[in-house]
Design a protein around this ligand. Sequence first.
Ligand code: ATP
Ligand code: MG
Length: 449
Amino acid sequence: MILPEAVRYIIEKLYKGGYEAYAVGGCVRDSIMGVRPHDWDVCTSARPEKVLELLSSKNIIEGGLKHGTVTVSIDGSLYEITTYRSDGEYIDNRHPDSVRFITSLEDDLSRRDFTINAIAYNDKAGIADPFHGEDDIRDRIIRTVGDTDKRFSEDALRILRALRFSSRLGFTICEETSDSIIKNAHLLKNISQERITSEFLQIINGDYAEEILMKYSSVISVFIPEITAMIGLEQRNPHHIYDVWEHTVKVVVNSPKGRVSRLAAFFHDISKPECFFTDDSGVGHFKGHPEKGAYLSEKIMKRMKLDNKTISSVKKLIMYHDLRPEANEKNVRRLLSQIGNEAFEELMLLKKADASGQNPDMLEYKLEYIDRLTGIYKELTKNGERFTVDSLCINGSDLISLGLKPGKRIGMILEMLLDMVIDGNAKNEREVLIAQAKRIIDSECSKTE
Ligand code: ATP
Ligand code: MG
C-alpha cells in the first residue's frame, strides 16, 4: 500500500512523539481494492492535545476536537487525525453518551461499522486487520464488526451506510447483517433527516442501486412510506411488464448519475398508486399521475430537507415526464418555452430511462421518438437559441420606445411575440419583432379608438 507523502509525514511525526498512528477506514479499504481513496484518515494513540502539539507546524483546523479529531491541512488537502476511542453507551440509537480515549488500536477498530472499514495500515507495522476485513473485501462482503443487532441499535445510520457501500461497491451484505438491517430498519426513525438524505442520495447514485432498492425497499419505506403502495402494484397495461416499484428502480439505474436526475427518476411515478384505475377492458391507467406526482414529491423532498433548487428541478421533470407531443419544431419550441433548454435535455434522458423500464417490445419506437425530439431540439438550439421571453431580441424598453406606457401590457405583448416565434409566424430577429410589435400596438389602438 502506498501512503501519500502527507500521511507518511503525519504518521512519522506521531511516532517520533512516542505514539502509534495508522491510516484507517475508507482509505485503507479503497487502497486494498485498488481504488484511489478520495481522502485519508489517520487514527492514533496520541490524545488530541498531543496531536496538536506534534503537528503545530502545520495548518490546523479545529472543530472536531471534543470527539478526538484534529484536522490538518497539508498542501491543500485535509487530513483527519482521530484519537483511538471507544464509544460509551449509545442513547436514542444515535448518540454515544460519552467518548473515551483509549490506547488500543484493536479497541478503536472494534467500534467501527463494517469489517471492510475496520482495517488500519502503516509502513512500520503493516496491516492491522483483527476482524478479517481483507477477506471480506476479497469476497466482496459487507459485515458488521461485532454483534450485528447491537451495532445497528447503537447507531441506526449504519443501516443506510451498509446499503450505501453495497450500492456503491456491489458487495453483498452478509445474511446475518442483512436480516438485522431489515429487522432494525424502524430505528431509522431516530436518525436526523439530513443524515438519512445524505445516505439516500448516495444509495440511489450507486452502480448497484438496483439490487439494493429491490431487496431493501422496506428500509427505504421507513423514511419514504409513500413508496409502499408502489411495491407489487401491477400496472395491467401492455406498455408495462414490471410493477410500479420495479419499474421505478429500473428507471433510477437507467438515469444518468446526479442528484436531480436520480431523484426525478425515483419519484416520477410516486403518484401512480393514487391515480390507478382499470377501464372496461381491464387495462390499467394512471391519469394525472405526473401532476400529482410533482406535488407529492415536492412534499416528500421538503420533508427530506432537500434544497429548493433541487426540488424545483425535480418537480419540473416529473410534471413533464409523460408528455408526448408530436415531434415537430413548433411543439419542441413550445416545450422549451415552458421548461428551458437544460431541463429539456434532462427530460429527454428521463424519458429514455423511463422507456427502458417498460415493455422491451415497445422500446425501439419509444427511443426513436425521443431521438426525433432531441434531433429537432439540437437543430433549433444549435446557435444557443432559447425560447423564453427574456431571450427575445427585443425587450420592454423597446416597446416603451414604440410609445407604450410602462405596465402589464408590456409583458403581455412580449408573450404574444414569443408565441409568434414559437408558432413559426415570426423570426426572433429585432426588425421582425419590432414590426410585429408595432402591428399589435396599432391594432390595439384602432380597437380602442
Ligand atoms: P467514504 O469512502 O464514503 O468516505 P468511509 O469508509 O471513509 O467511506 P466515512 O464516513 O468517511 O466512511 O468514515 C470513515 C470511517 O469511520 C469509516 O471507514 C468507519 O471506519 C468509521 N465510521 C464512520 N461512520 C461510522 C459509524 N456510523 N459507525 C461506526 N463507524 C463509522
Ligand atoms: Mg471517508
